[in-house]
Write a protein that binds this ligand. Structure first.
Ligand SMILES: C[S@@+](CC[C@H](N)C(=O)[O-])C[C@H]1O[C@@H](n2cnc3c(N)ncnc32)[C@H](O)[C@@H]1O
Length: 326
């Protein structure tokens, strides 16, 4: 039912038709019947008498009063939202909303940090994972590569088993939660500074003597491509990369491949071994050791790298892998 013109109750501002909906004692105006709530007008009682401060409510209340009896009561799930909106209106009425926010925000942040809240779906993933894992293992930036026995996370995954985690933000886990962290081809997707933050968080959530394994493209591999006397594998890589990713590029000129590599796929900072070692050391990691693909002294860190998205041997050519311990 079209209920009126917004311009009638918020003079001069709108000339849309409006529809009225009520959630408990809140009155909302909808721009169109199908849309979500578009404007909170304020508080009225169930008979439509205005309780709120918005003058529009006073003007609208008579009309609202006409329709409220025809609206069904709000579902119970809306009650917390209603209470919050009611408290907000009252604080606003007495000009106390901003001081209350200033007072509450640090407490809220602290509570969030203590409780480590996850999205409901993530909460289920995390609860399920920790219920069946005695030596928890965190896989960050997993993409489509979901590892059995790991808590797989990414900031851009539609897979229902993958938890949302943006490694540039504080991880929602307590100190010393995990025995292992694995990160394959993700750190190059952020700035050096964000990589530092990620490593610091990995260190924080690892248990004492916990281990991290990081695999990432190697800047030395790109530099080596510029050298004369290329191996068959290097020549094959240049040809493949040019043909697959760089339309119109000659397939025997590494300069196109190198330029593309440092910018494509969201790459931001390409490490070499020394630079990653330095960043890991700064984050607190010790006994930093280089390993070949799939190899590790620790059985939990073997056979993890994902070779399937590249032709054979290209991942090994492109990447290097470091492990460190807390
Ligand atoms: C090249 S893919 C690697 C996927 C997988 N680890 C593998 O090796 O097959 C990079 C992944 O890192 C994720 N990623 C990039 N930046 C991230 C961030 N700041 N936080 C979480 N995930 C991130 C991307 O969404 C993407 O899935």
């Amino acid at each position: 039912m079209i209920y009126g013109m917004l311009g009638d109750i918020v003079p001069g501002k709108y000339n849309h038709q409006f529809f009225i909906d009520a959630i408990g004692s809140e009155v909302w105006l909808k721009r169109n019947q199908a849309s979500g709530f578009s404007k909170f007008l304020g508080m009225v009682n169930r008979r439509g008498a205005a309780l709120g401060v918005n003058p529009a409510v006073v003007e609208a209340s008579e009309r609202v009063g006409d329709v409220l009896p025809t609206l069904s009561p709000p579902p119970v799930s809306w009650y917390p939202k209603l209470m919050k909106a009611a408290a907000k209106s009252i604080l606003k009425r007495f000009h106390l909303l901003d001081p209350a926010r200033r007072l509450l925000n640090p407490a809220r942040r602290l509570r969030r940090r203590i409780k480590h809240p996850f999205k409901p779906s993530d909460r289920a993933i995390v609860a399920h994972y920790f219920a069946q894992s005695s030596a928890p293992k965190l896989n960050i930036g997993c993409g489509g590569r979901v590892l059995a026995g790991w808590l797989n996370t990414d900031y851009d995954s539609k897979l229902p088993v993958v938890m949302y985690l943006d490694t540039r933000q504080p991880f929602p886990f307590k100190e010393e939660t995990f025995d292992y962290v694995f990160s394959e081809h993700i750190i190059e997707h952020m700035s050096y500074r964000d990589g530092e933050k990620m490593l610091t968080e990995c260190f924080r959530v690892l248990k004492r003597f916990g281990k991290i394994r990081i695999s990432t493209p190697d800047l030395a591999f790109l530099i080596d491509l510029t050298k004369p006397n290329k191996s068959d594998l290097q020549r094959a890589y240049i040809k493949w990369a040019a043909n697959t990713y760089i339309p119109g590029a000659p397939d025997d000129n590494e300069i196109f491949v190198i330029n593309n590599f440092v910018r494509d796929w969201g790459h931001i900072f390409i490490y070499d071994e020394n630079t990653l070692r330095g960043a890991m050391t700064n984050a607190g990691f010790k006994t930093i050791t280089k390993f070949d693909q799939h190899e590790s002294k620790d059985a939990a860190l073997r056979n993890l790298e994902n070779e399937k998205h590249l032709p054979p041997n290209f991942l090994r050519l492109e990447s290097f892998t470091l492990e460190g311990s807390k």
